[in-house]
Design a protein around this ligand. Structure first.
Ligand code: ZN
Length: 772
């Protein structure tokens, strides 16, 4: 690689066109390889997974919201039992009380518990060596019909079970686990792992989820030591997963039913979800019509293949092997042992250093200057999103993404491209193309090493492109005068960054959402820096500037930047025109109602950071905590406004018996909601030494200790508390239902204004104090 470019302008133009075409084709192939397959018709062979057949289940179970404990959820459960029985299986209901796992950040205001009713069925193996568990939750969030979350997983399991029972049976037992109360506290999965006899010996857990309505079904989480699991996953027809996703997922505040399985030493497993179209997540718009059935097909094709693959293995030999690095390329899932992460990262650093030795001139300036686009592009991407929220304040209330984020994502990519190209055009003559290219590669190699230390599963993203491009540039230097050959070598080297980084950018946008678009811009910049040696061809030959009018050359050099900048503006404008709020795509608002039964006062409450016009009719002022009267809300800051008090009955708290010994008082209590509620809570003013709630032992705690009990039975919740007190103790109890629009004085939402998919949206809470 030298600063002189021996290609004549005409041949240079031709070479540039050819290079761009090759890279564009590679990019398209890479993006295509992570697209879901087409949904298959109901007439597909019985041994295959058909999204259209599975979709019939989605339609049945996701007609209405069905949170744990609701009559609608009872109907869903009955349908599942009937469907499994229809396959000749013997489904059973695990009816128990469960406590959320210790690994979870406890829900606001105390430990979460739930009465759960898991539906469990076994497809007995022919000569079982262990158990394969297919897991999905059948409950929905309280305002969401849950077509995708998790009607997708539930229907996938039913259709997979149909396919498995219609042909040759697997060798191993396949256990279908349709959990309850995932949305409440992951309590169904926890109950299964802790209490179910079928879980005692552990096995392979395959969890199926959705956090949106479309996109590929990404295998994004594994248990520790995943090498053998990933080997099996690679045999699915459409493997879309990367070890980088495991690292990213750790940064996100989400948890799924997989968590209790992952935390148990008895289980290994994989977690899969599709995550694009996240505007419907937990919202009333998560309806069957919103589902992209191609995503369902992807879920199903891979779930069925995994059930068959793990169903055929000797599961006793599955353990061990450490963690693998893996990522999709067209036609296969590349994978190698984690032991290679460090050698590859170091090798990349060495290759880039060798290239730097060849270039030498102005190298250190170039390395320093290469930080500019790495910092500026993410900042511009975040600025673009801030601008979009300014133009359309409703975007501030979207939890992950707007309804149609595609144009905005393209705008971010164009903005990042414009940044790299502008930086390159300005510095190319002063610093030199070769030095700038090595400057960029240096940072990729450095990130490769940093990731090897901090997030090994993601190191390949930076190390492999740096290694590939540096080695190809070294070889191209050797090719000397034969410039056609040199260009060909450089293009081959550039295929690695395109194939590795482009699909990651495409998967990362839905994973993190537009509010974190800067991360997508960051990876786009890394791709741009890795491509500098070939991108140089779309700039005028450096030597030519002397022959040609220098001004003309500079103008020509600015063309790529200009094109990218125009693309960014056009994509942003198109996004604003396309992604408008309407009845099908409403803006998302959050409102709750709380009645204090002690004094008959009521309030509206909202968690919106910047209240929208509709919400602003009910709440105002600065956000405050409401823990003094509503301890179940925890530290969350809410906006409030006065509301009309409605005669709603508060939950009763009855002292069944009490015994005092020394400074300790042991009380048996019955907490009994007087309405149809989704949950009930209790907080204690004294120190709690020990507690049993619904038959489950909870750790005690200082004054303010409390719990949230989801889906309480008609008979109420039995509690035994030992508190540090010799006299009466004050309790604050609350319950919650989801019938906000039935409250007199509720302002009807105009068309185009919808409900935020939050676990507290539309809540009607009634609180009361007892001193017993
Ligand atoms: Zn879910």
């Amino acid at each position: 690689m030298r600063d002189s470019a021996p290609l004549r302008p005409a041949r240079r133009g031709l070479a540039a066109a050819a290079v761009l075409a090759v890279l564009a084709l590679a990019g398209l192939a890479a993006i295509r390889s992570i697209q879901p397959p087409a949904a298959r018709a109901e007439t597909a062979p019985a041994s295959d997974f058909s999204a259209e057949r599975a979709f019939q289940t989605v339609r049945t179970i996701a007609s209405t919201p069905h949170p744990a404990g609701s009559p609608a959820n009872d109907r869903v459960r009955e349908h599942l039992i009937a469907a499994l029985s229809g396959l000749g299986l013997s489904p059973e209901v695990q009816d128990t009380v469960s406590v959320q796992g210790a690994g979870l950040s406890s829900s606001a205001g105390g430990t979460g518990l739930a009465r759960v009713r898991n539906v469990v069925a076994v497809i007995p193996g022919t000569a079982s060596t262990g158990r394969v568990f297919l897991i999905a939750h059948y409950d929905s969030a309280q305002v969401a019909p849950g077509a995708n979350d998790d009607g997708a997983g539930t229907s996938t399991i039913l259709e997979t079970a149909r396919a498995l029972t219609s042909g040759e049976r697997p060798r191993n037992d396949v256990v279908l686990v349709l959990t309850d109360a995932e949305e409440a506290c992951l309590c169904g999965a926890k109950a299964f792992v802790d209490q179910h006899p079928l879980a005692r010996e552990g096995g392979v857990a395959l969890n199926l989820e959705a956090r949106g309505s479309s996109g590929p079904a990404i295998m994004f989480e594994t248990s520790a030591g995943n090498r053998r699991l990933v080997e099996t996953y690679a045999k699915t027809p459409y493997p879309v997963g990367t070890s980088f996703a495991v690292e990213i997922y750790r940064l996100l505040p989400n948890d799924t039913d997989f968590t209790p399985f992952r935390e148990s030493p008895l289980f290994q497993g994989l977690n899969t979800a599709y995550i694009d179209g996240a505007a419907v997540y937990h919202a009333p718009t998560d309806r069957p019509e919103a589902m992209d059935r191609d995503s369902l097909q992807h879920h199903g094709d891979n779930a069925l293949a995994l059930a068959r693959e793990f169903g055929a293995l000797d599961l006793r030999e599955l353990k061990g092997g450490g963690d693998a690095t893996y990522f999709p390329v067209p036609g296969l899932l590349v994978r190698y042992p984690g032991a290679l992460v460090w050698p590859l990262a170091v090798l990349a650093l060495v290759a880039v250093a060798a290239l730097g030795w060849v270039v030498r001139r102005r190298l250190f300036s170039a390395i320093g200057l290469a930080l500019l686009p790495i910092i500026v592009a993410p900042a511009l991407a975040q600025g673009l999103w801030a601008l979009l929220v300014l133009v359309r304040p409703e975007y501030g209330g979207m939890p992950i993404d707007p309804y149609r984020p595609m144009w905005y994502r393209l705008a971010v990519i164009a903005l990042a491209a414009a940044t790299v190209l502008a930086w390159y055009a300005v510095l190319r003559r002063r610093i030199g193309p070769a030095a700038l290219a090595v400057g960029g590669l240096t940072w990729l190699a450095v990130f490769g090493v940093a990731l090897a230390a901090l997030a090994p599963g993601g190191s390949y993203l930076a190390a492999l492109p740096a290694l590939s491009v540096a080695v190809s540039a070294l070889l191209a230097t050797r090719a000397g005068g034969r410039t056609g050959l040199a260009v060909a070598i450089l293009v081959i080297g550039a295929l690695t960054p395109v194939v590795i980084l482009l699909p990651t950018v495409v998967m990362l946008f839905p994973a993190l959402g537009m509010p974190m678009a800067g991360v997508g811009a960051f990876l786009t910049v890394l791709l741009g820096l890795a491509l500098l040696p070939v991108l140089d061809l779309i700039h005028p030959a450096p030597g030519a500037a002397r022959g040609m009018d220098a001004l003309k050359a500079r103008r020509l050099g600015a063309l790529p930047t200009l094109a990218a900048a125009v693309a960014a503006v056009v994509c942003t404008a198109t996004g604003l025109a396309v992604d408008r709020f309407d009845e099908e795509h409403p803006s998302l608002t959050h409102l709750m109602y709380a009645l204090d039964a002690d004094n008959g006062t009521a309030r509206w409450l909202s968690e919106e950071a910047t209240p929208q016009e509709w919400t602003g009719r009910s709440v105002s002022g600065d956000p405050t905590t409401v823990t003094d009267t509503l301890p179940a809300f925890g530290a969350e800051r809410l906006r409030t406004g006065p509301a009309r008090a409605v005669a709603l009955p508060a939950p009763t708290l009855t002292l069944v018996s009490a015994e005092t010994s020394g400074d300790r008082r042991t009380m048996r209590l019955l907490l009994d909601p007087q309405r149809t509620v989704r949950f009930t809570t209790l907080h204690v003013s004294a120190e709690v030494v020990s507690a049993t709630v619904g038959g489950r032992t909870l750790a005690g705690g200082p004054p303010g200790w409390g719990f949230v009990f989801h889906a309480p039975a008609e008979t109420g919740v039995e509690i035994t508390l030992t508190v540090r007190a010799s006299g009466p103790v004050t309790f604050r109890v609350m319950d919650g239902s989801d019938d906000l629009p039935a409250i007199p004085g509720f302002p009807p939402r105009p068309p185009g204004v919808g409900v935020l998919g939050s676990h507290s949206s539309e809540l009607v809470a009634v609180a009361k104090t007892y001193t017993l």
